[in-house]
Every structure is written in structure tokens, then in C-alpha cells.
Design a protein around this ligand. Sequence first.
Ligand code: SAM
Length: 298
Amino acid sequence: MAENADMAVREAADSTVHVHPIIAGRQATKRILDKFHLRAAKKLGQNFLIDKSVVDGIVRAAGIVPGDRVLEIGPGIGTLTQGLLEAGADVTAVELDKKLPAVLSETLAGYEHFHLVEGDILKTDIRAIMGDGTFKVAANLPYYITTPILLTLLEEKLPISRIVTMVQKEVAERMTAAPGSRIYGALSVAVQYYTEPEVMIDVPPASFIPPPEVDSVVIRCDVREEPPVSVKDEKTFFRVVKAAFGQRRKTLHNALCSVGLTKDLSKEVLLRAGIDPRRRGETLSLEEFALIADNMPS
Ligand code: SAM
């Protein structure tokens, strides 16, 4: 990537010219880390993106238009944030590392539409920080908490229209897996129940400092207006899903006993739903999970 060409020029309303050096590059990232005496913290899942084409790809996949409100999780030194801001987004970013606000106030100085919230995304009241109205989520997620973050975003029924995020390739495969596949599980069902996921970009370890030990992808999840299957009670639906995958090697007949059903009742529920009690959770489609849930005793 030609780093000497990495200068973005932005006209502020008062016609002052702000020149923002582009952060997404190996040399620029190294310079920033050195200047602030920072080392990527492994325990915080810090792998800083250094590939401008990936930043641009995430911004494009998110379909950012000026004025879009975006929640970014883990802005790091501001690499992806800058791409979002340059596209005209209004970005609220939640960062846990206490060393990074000082860095961000320098790397993103002059961007008026950047709001930093210091704290743990899993303990943050997202509704409160995002206020009213729909928003998008964009992130290069810390891999050690990808699943809880995604499940929180989906299950809390926040007014999110689209989630575009970097995840481990293996996690994206689980998110998009079809019934019958070895990797189809509770995450696949939740992601596909709430969204339409699509893998957008393959990202090699060399696109980060330090390079992670795994391959990554950018995945786009468009949040559905309506779930693809209708269920009488969502809580029961997810209770059945959890039971079915919690006992992966067990038949559904046995797995349902783990949610308090007697053997007889478990068999009766499955037969009423038209599902062979000898089947296993990983073979069930969303429709079949819904049928079981709708036949569970209340
Ligand atoms: N967005 C930057 C980039 O693309 O280079 C950094 C991405 S890095 C993979 C993950 C970021 O998430 C780090 O900045 C890390 O400090 C932050 N982080 C880790 N755990 C977090 C948490 N629980 N809440 C908020 N941010 C967190």
C-alpha cells in the first residue's frame, strides 16, 4: 500500500483545512504505537488493522452514507473509525483499554462526529449511548468475546439495521452453517434467526499488527424485520435450541429431558411436532426447532 499517498483532506464547516494522516498502514500504525509506547494487548484481543483496502471494504459493506449512525466496538487506535468518519458516519465507539483514549484524541482530532465511550461493551447500556433511531454496527471485534458480543447485539432487540464485522473465519463458518453440518450450532440458529449473514471479504493474518494466528473474514449481517419462522414464544424456541446443542451427542429425545421434560413427555412433544425423537439437534432446520418449541408444554 502506498503510504506516502495516505493523506486525506477534509474541509471543515469553517473552511479550515484538516489534514488527517491515514492510520491504516503498517508504518503509520507502528509510528502511533511507538509514539504512545503501546504494545498490542493480547488479553484484549488487540490485532490492529493495517490494510486500507480492508477498511474501505468494511465501510462499503456497511453501505455507509453521510449521516449514518454507527456503533463501533473496540476502535483501537482509530483505524476503522477513520474510514467510517471519512464516509460521513456519526460514530459512537466503545473502547475498554484505558490507554487508548489519549491516542484516539490525537489520531481522530478534528473529526466532529466521533464520540468515545470508555468501558466494556458487554457492560455498556447500548440503548442509552445510541439514543433513539436505527443504527449500524461496524467492528473489528476482539476475538475472545465475539460470540457474547454478537448474541448481546441480537438478543437485546436493539434498533440495528446491519452489523458488519471482522471475525475469525471459523466463527463466520459457524454463523452461516446449514443444518446437518458438523459446525451448525446454537450460534448458527441465533444469527440466522435474527439476520441474513453473508461473508464479504477474506482477510489474511498479514493485514494486522500483530498478525493473529487465525484467518479472518468480514461478515455482513442484515438484521431481519421479521424472523424467518414464526414461533409462539421466542424464549421457548431458544431454550429448545440450547438444550438440543448442549447435548450434541444425545438424541433429541434425551436432550429435551434436560429442560425438565419426562421421557414420555419429551417423546410426545417430538411426535406432535412430527420430528423423529432419534434425531440430533444439529440436523434440525429453524422451522423444525420452531415446531418443537410450539409443541412444548407451557
Ligand atoms: N478497531 C481497531 C482496528 O481495527 O485496528 C482495533 C481492533 S482490535 C481487534 C479489538 C479492539 O477491541 C481493541 O482496541 C481492544 O482494546 C478492544 N476491546 C477488547 N475488549 C473490549 C471490550 N470488552 N469492550 C470494548 N472494547 C474492547
